[in-house]
Design a binder for this molecule. Structure first.
Ligand code: ATP
Length: 234
């Protein structure tokens, strides 16, 4: 369960988050949608303890991220690709992350297999394609078998087969009772995957609810998105 409650964030005099509130619930895939610069990454950075809010709260299972005892075993995340150094081999990177979070070493190969990188485990990350880097980022998120997944633009760089694969993976996680929050600025990416939508524009939540609820009265998800975000130009 993720709870974002009246979150406020300023950069200089500008409010980039203006009392943002929503929930992402277990057993559901929640898509966090908005045009470029809407405030998606800013929200996720506060949620994951990478940035401080100027007001409000962001909670993972009822606690602020910084209070989690074993964060990667509670919430797996992916922001900005794999997070691994280019000179590192994928397996060594994951082993290091596992060690730092008290995660059993056997999880390294399991996570690599889960994202289809078992055969490239010893390759240096600098030689990975964009899509392979995304898969490694996901392996890192899955490493601690967390209940919650928070993914910023997870589909970036994936080919159609990769997109289909990640959809199945996230669907399976939610169907097993997990909580999935993923951000996207592309409607087509989340159509057919998300159960719930949160639409943000100009730092404010402009719609939130079930897929059918948010898209009611619009021809499709894309039409709803443009209507809710003033064509993404806000
Ligand atoms: N460190 C910073 N200093 C100043 N402004 C910032 C900073 N970080 C973000 N912003 C501004 O905050 C606003 C929200 O940015 P954010 O990255 O959260 O948007 P986003 O919805 O994730 O967009 P995108 O889809 O392009 O990733 C933008 O106008 C951005 O320029």
């Amino acid at each position: 369960m993720l709870t974002i409650d009246e979150l406020v964030k300023h950069h200089g005099p500008r409010a980039v988050l203006d009392r943002v509130s929503f929930e992402a619930r277990p057993g559901r895939v929640t898509a966090f949608l908005g045009p470029n610069g809407a405030g998606k990454s800013s929200t996720l950075r506060v949620l994951l303890g990478l940035d401080r809010a100027d007001g409000g709260r962001a909670l993972v299972g009822g606690r602020p991220y910084r209070d989690l005892r074993a964060p990667l075993r509670t919430v797996g995340s992916m922001l900005d690709g794999s997070g691994a150094h280019r000179s590192r081999r994928a397996r060594d990177h994951l082993a290091w992350v596992a060690r730092s979070n008290g995660i059993p070493r056997r999880r390294v190969d399991q996570a690599l297999a889960a994202v289809g990188l078992a055969e490239h485990a010893r390759m240096r990350v600098g030689r990975y394609s964009l899509g392979m880097g995304q898969r490694l980022g996901l392996a890192t998120a899955l490493l601690g078998e967390p209940e919650v997944l928070v993914l910023d633009e997870p589909v970036n760089g994936l080919d159609p087969e990769g997109i289909r694969w990640i959809r199945g993976l996230l669907r399976g996680h939610a169907d097993d009772g997990g909580t999935v929050l993923l951000s996207s600025h592309l409607m087509s990416e989340v159509a057919g995957l998300a159960d719930d939508l949160v639409v943000i524009a100009g730092g404010r939540v402009v719609a939130a609810g079930g897929l059918a609820e948010v898209t009611a009265g619009h021809a499709d998800l894309e039409e709803a998105f443009f209507a809710l975000t003033d064509g993404g130009a806000r």
